[in-house]
Design a protein. Structure first.
Length: 103
């Protein structure tokens, strides 16, 4: 057992909800009285379009599964995603002209 597995609060067999936007575990799966897993809806932010609140053609729910499967599918407890470059082309061109990579 590695250090990452021993310090994690979730066991590989635990059923958990995952937030795909933040790649984090939200909590353990809750069950209804009929024995089916409850669907955990995303917390909705204020819609940019005021008409969007009236249109509810679909709802978004947190995916759930075993911690082991969600860890592999959504990269939970892994390396953070690479950030997008924030420099503009003009900033990069100046540096590239002064310091070419092949020298």
């Amino acid at each position: 057992m590695t250090d990452a597995q021993s310090t994690s609060q979730w066991q590989p067999e635990d059923l958990v909800y995952v937030d795909p936007d933040t790649n984090a575990v939200v909590g353990k799966v809750e069950w209804s009285n009929s024995g089916a897993p409850k669907q955990l809806p995303f917390v909705s932010m204020a819609p940019a379009d005021p008409r969007a609140e009236r249109r509810r053609s679909w709802r978004k729910y947190h995916p759930w599964g075993t911690y082991r499967a969600m860890k592999n599918a959504f990269k939970v407890d892994g390396k953070p995603h690479k950030k997008e470059p924030t420099k503009t082309l003009e900033q990069v061109i100046d540096v590239a002209l002064k310091e070419p990579y092949w020298d």
